[in-house]
Structure formats: structure tokens, C-alpha cells
Design a protein around this ligand. Structure first.
Ligand SMILES: Nc1ncnc2c1ncn2[C@@H]1O[C@H](COP(=O)(O)OP(=O)(O)OP(=O)(O)O)[C@@H](O)[C@H]1O
Ligand SMILES: Cc1ncsc1CCO
Ligand SMILES: [Mg+2]
Length: 540
């Protein structure tokens, strides 16, 4: 059977592995369960099977694929694919070269290639549209399916680099599937984050092995995956920007919600900040819990209005951080991420990038050096955890904040003499293949908050960290229909106004610390944002 190559649906691509079949199932029964429930493409990948058995298995699977009118791809073995007249072949970087495979297969078969970096995209673009039809983009996350992985996982940022290269080299014909460590708990955010920087291209599908092959109930497992693809927030509907901007009235409403919901704010934060952050949280009518106990994160995340602040200034064990991210992402509770000293050392860069790859964050907050580095607009390394001083160009900072918001699909906050807040959380929904429908980082709404210079705010330690606590309280305290952008902007506006008030009341940096907590307490409980001193403007 030959499929019209343009009609292939890559959305749910099942790759087989019969070494992981649960008792009572067979390769064919698992594949059929998948096909019955929404698998759109099948690849036979049996690394440890002798040729004769491989051919027999391939013929069996082919019968089932024909029954469901789904194309069958063979991994690596061009000879087997030709012998059984399969619909295509998938090869890796160290398998037979693509031009040879194409020569053997002829023009009408589907040819897939595993790609991990932009230079490989440049190569396939040079070959032109008659060579590679689709690429497996990966390895995205760590996986047990690859026995001796040659490459370390690329994460969504690596996939974005590949998608950007497809745009740059104009390989418009080439379709993409994400591969490696994809599971029900991460496919939605992978699809949501993996969009080219120009907004025009996202993945065409996801490819996975174990969630179907190793499932005791492969029908239910496939249905769940299909449901995540079809019914998710990120799929099949055009996306649009949130056009509503925060106002003092909407911020007042946020504060009322926080007051009545009294969020539980789990802090995993640096030692310097712990006591200050707990007191700021209490001043905002919320409950702090400073916990780094891995075994309790799931329980905490499930408490109504739970919110997590993750600050990497001095860190808990990485496994604890990952467990916490997973726990909050799983139940869709907010995480505020503060990558302290993001690019100060190689160790911090690596740790923060690992966490950014690992999870989805509602808000990412940093000082201007951190945000410029995250946006890759900073030529210099940070010297420590503090922002490098110097005249900051507002256009550059807004640009950096928008890039971070867009790349991580988050609300990004950049602090300093003036604060920028950009909203990268789209209101609408994403569509496989078509990216964010042309919306790019520059289109994201951005607010500027300022109140003139308040240098003393930089003279106490952990003032930025406590803005993180404030944000975590505000987004945690929202009702289920509350607006996240309003909450983050409200927190930044309150914090700046409280800083100004405290600076007029204090004697020096010691009493400023105490006055700041008093001012936060006072302004929060009075709840009259229209009378706060800091100004709130749209950037345009
Ligand atoms: N010169 C300034 N004028 C006005 N506000 C400032 C100034 N410097 C910092 N701030 C405010 O102080 C808070 C902390 O900002 P900063 O950029 O110093 O964060 P940070 O470096 O992450 O802090 P830390 O790491 O010490 O917690 C923010 O709310 C910011 O708006
Ligand atoms: C001083 C310091 N060192 C690590 S975290 C921190 C708090 C301010 O970011
Ligand atoms: Mg900081």
C-alpha cells in the first residue's frame, strides 16, 4: 500500500518494542489496541530480533495496519521494508545514509530521519524535498528505551532550535515528531513549548513506545494519550493573545481572592531568604511552608490553593526539585521559578537549565542580568547573584522579558529600577503543526511598573526572592477562573509601592527590611491599589 505522503497523520506515532510487552499481550495485540484507539502511524523497531522473525512480525503487523488504513514504517532495515513493501523506513544518524535509502526505496515511500541538531536540518534542506519526509526530533527527555544513549536529552529548547532551523533553511515539506521520554504527564507541555521562534511551526506529532507497548491495558493507555492530544488546552484550535490588561480594579479583585483563599505557599528557597520569605507570605494573609522533604511534595501540591516557589539560590537535592516540579505540574498548581544567579557559574547554568527543561512554570522571575541571560541577550557572565549595574535599555529589557515569556510559555518578570512583566500564556489553543499561528515574542503583552529609583531595595539581601514569595501568594490565591497576568502584575505593583513607602519610613537598610514587611502588610490589607505610588503602564 502506498500512502499519499502529504496525507500522513503524524499526531500519535507508535514505535514498537516487544521486549517490554506485559504478560498476556503480544506485539500484534498491543499494536491493534493502539490502532483501534487513535494511533495514526506505526513503526516496527525491534533491535534484538533475528531477521527471519523480524520479517514474520513485520508481515503480521502490516496486516493489522492495512485493516486500520495506517502506514507502517520499518526502523533501520531497508531490506525488510522493501521485501514486505512497507510504507516507509526510519533511519538514525549512524544508519545507512539517507540518499542511499531513498535510492533503494524509490520516490513514493515515506522516509524518516532522527535529528538532534540544526546542522542536520541544514543537510536535509540541502537535499531538498525528495529526500527526507519527516524527522524524529529528539532525544527530548531521558528514556529507558535507548539502551546506550549517545546524546544527552535536548529538552524543549533543543527542539525549538531544530524547528527554528527548519524555518531558517526553508524545509517546509519536512514534518516533525517529538521523540524520547514522552509520557502523559509531559506531552501537553512539550507540544505547547515546542514552537519555532517565529511562531510558525510546532511539532506535527509525538512518538512514543512504552506508554502503549508496556501498558497492561493498551486500549485505555492509547485513549488517554489521544484525549491529551485532542482535548488538551493546546490542540487543534487557533490560538490568540490575551488582549485584556491588568488594571487597579482587576488587581483589587486578585487581592480579595488571595485574602479569602489564604494560599499555602511552599517555598523551596535559599537559606538567606527563608525567614524573610515566610514573613512576607504571612504579611500577605497566606501560609508559608518551607519544605524540602521529597516524600511530602505530592501531598502539599494537592492542598487547595497550594502554590510553589522554587528558588535556586542555594539548592535542595536535584531529585527533590524534580519531584516538586512533577507534583505541582501533575495537579496543575502554579510554580514560580526564580533562577538565582542563572549564569553566574557553569554549575548554576546547568542546574537551572535542567529544571527549565524538566517542568512547566507559571511565572519565571529574575533580575535583569538573569532575564537577559535566559533570553540569550547577555554577552557577559553574571558576577554573582546580584544584577550587574549599569544603564539598562528599557527596549532591550522588554525584548528579553518577552523572549523568556514566549520560550517558556510563562509570565516572565524582569526586576530592577523598573520592572517588566510579559504574558506568554496564551488564551486560545495551539494546533499541531501550525505553531502559534504567527504570533511571536514581540507580540506578547508587556507591562512596565515603576516608581522612580529606590536604591535601598538593592541594599538588602533577598528582596527579589521575596518578590517571588509575593507572586507565589498572588497566583496561588486566585479562584479557578482568576487571571494569572493580573495576579503577577498585581504582586509586582504592590511590592514596588511597598518598597517606596518603606524607603520613606526607614533609617537605613536594617530598618528598611522591617519597614518593607510592614508596608506590604498595610497595603495588602487596605487593598486600595488605585492609591499605590508605583505606576503601571502598557509597553508599546
Ligand atoms: N534601583 C531600584 N529602584 C527601584 N526598585 C528597585 C531597584 N533595584 C531593585 N528594585 C526592586 O527590588 C526588588 C528586587 O530587585 P532586584 O533586581 O535587586 O532582584 P534580585 O537581584 O533578584 O534580588 P535578590 O537576589 O537579592 O533577592 C524588585 O522588586 C525591584 O523592583
Ligand atoms: C546572597 C545569596 N546567595 C545565594 S542566594 C542569595 C540571596 C539573594 O539572591
Ligand atoms: Mg534574584
Amino acid at each position: 500500500m502506498v500512502f499519499a505522503k502529504n496525507d500522513v497523520d503524524y499526531s500519535l506515532y507508535l514505535v514498537t518494542d516487544s521486549t517490554m510487552l506485559p504478560p498476556g499481550t503480544t506485539l500484534c495485540s498491543q499494536v491493534e489496541a493502539g490502532l483501534k484507539n487513535g494511533v495514526t502511524l506505526v513503526q516496527i523497531r525491534e533491535k534484538d530480533t533475528e531477521t527471519r522473525d523480524f520479517v514474520e512480525e513485520a508481515l503480521e503487523v502490516q496486516k493489522i495496519c492495512k485493516k486500520y488504513k495506517v502506514p507502517l514504517i520499518i526502523n533501520d532495515r531497508v531490506d525488510v521494508a522493501m521485501a514486505i513493501d512497507a510504507d516507509g523506513v526510519h533511519v538514525g544518524q549512524s544508519d545507512m545514509p539517507i540518499p542511499m535509502v531513498r535510492k533503494l526505496l524509490g520516490p513514493s515511500k515515506i522516509l524518516g530521519w532522527s535529528v538532534g541538531k540544526p546542522s542536520e536540518v541544514e543537510t536535509l534542506a540541502k537535499w531538498g524535498p525528495d529526500m527526507v519526509d519527516y524527522i524524529g526530533v529528539g532525544t527530548l527527555f531521558p528514556t529507558l528505551t535507548k539502551k546506550n544513549p549517545k546524546k544527552s536529552p535536548m529538552g524543549p529548547q533543543g527542539a525549538i532550535a531544530v524547528l527554528d532551523a527548519l524555518e531558517e533553511f526553508k524545509a517546509i515539506w519536512c514534518r516533525t515528531v517529538g521523540i524520547g521520554g514522552l509520557h502523559p504527564d509531559n506531552i501537553q507541555r512539550v507540544i505547547c513549548q515546542c514552537v519555532s521562534s517565529n511562531g510558525k511551526r510546532s511539532l506535527d506529532g509525538i512518538s512514543l513506545v512504552s506508554d502503549i507497548m508496556a501498558a497492561p491495558d493498551a486500549c485505555a493507555a492509547t485513549k488517554r494519550l489521544r484525549g491529551l492530544l485532542d482535548g488538551s488546552k493546546y490542540q487543534f484550535v487557533d490560538c490568540k493573545l490575551n488582549e485584556t490588561f491588568p488594571t487597579t480594579a482587576s488587581i483589587q479583585s486578585v487581592i480579595s481572592q488571595v485574602s479569602s483563599n489564604r494560599p499555602l505557599v511552599q517555598h523551596i528557597t535559599n537559606k538567606v531568604h527563608q525567614n524573610f520569605g515566610a514573613n512576607v507570605t504571612l504579611a500577605l494573609g497566606s501560609s508559608p511552608i518551607m519544605s524540602e522533604i521529597e516524600s511530602e511534595v505530592s501531598e502539599l501540591a494537592r492542598i487547595p490553593n497550594a502554590s510553589l516557589l522554587l528558588n535556586t539560590g542555594s539548592v535542595a537535592p536535584i531529585e527533590t526539585l524534580k519531584a516538586a516540579i512533577n507534583a505541582y505540574n501533575e495537579v496543575n498548581r502554579p510554580i514560580t521559578f526564580d533562577p538565582v544567579g542563572y549564569s553566574a557559574t557553569e554549575t548554576r547554568l546547568c542546574l537551572n537549565n535542567t529544571l527549565l527543561t524538566y517542568g512547566q512554570f507559571t511565572c519565571i522571575k529574575g533580575n535583569c542580568s538573569e532575564i537577559l541571560s535566559l533570553a540569550k541577550l547577555n554577552k557577559d557572565r553574571m558576577k554573582g547573584v546580584d544584577a550587574n549595574s549599569g544603564n539598562m535599555d528599557i527596549n532591550l529589557l522588554v525584548r528579553a522579558t518577552q523572549i523568556v515569556a514566549f520560550q517558556y510559555r510563562t509570565i516572565a518578570v524582569c526586576t530592577g529600577e523598573f520592572d517588566c512583566v510579559a504574558n506568554g500564556i496564551f488564551d486560545g489553543k495551539y494546533k499541531l503543526s501550525s505553531g502559534t499561528a504567527g504570533i511571536t515574542a514581540e507580540d506578547l503583552p508587556c507591562m512596565i511598573i515603576e516608581d522612580g529609583p529606590i536604591p535601598i531595595m538593592g541594599d538588602i539581601t533577598a528582596s527579589g526572592c521575596s518578590l517571588g514569595s509575593t507572586i507565589a501568594c498572588f497566583i496561588g490565591g486566585l479562584n479557578s477562573t482568576g487571571n494569572l497576568f493580573d495576579a503577577v502584575v498585581g504582586a509586582v505593583l504592590l511590592y514596588k509601592s511597598a518598597g517606596k513607602l518603606a524607603s520613606t519610613r526607614c533609617q537605613g537598610s536594617g530598618s528598611f527590611h522591617v519597614q518593607l514587611i510592614d508596608a506590604l502588610y498595610q497595603l495588602f490589607h487596605e487593598n486600595k491599589p488605585e492609591s499605590w505610588s508605583a505606576s503601571l503602564k502598557k509597553f508599546n
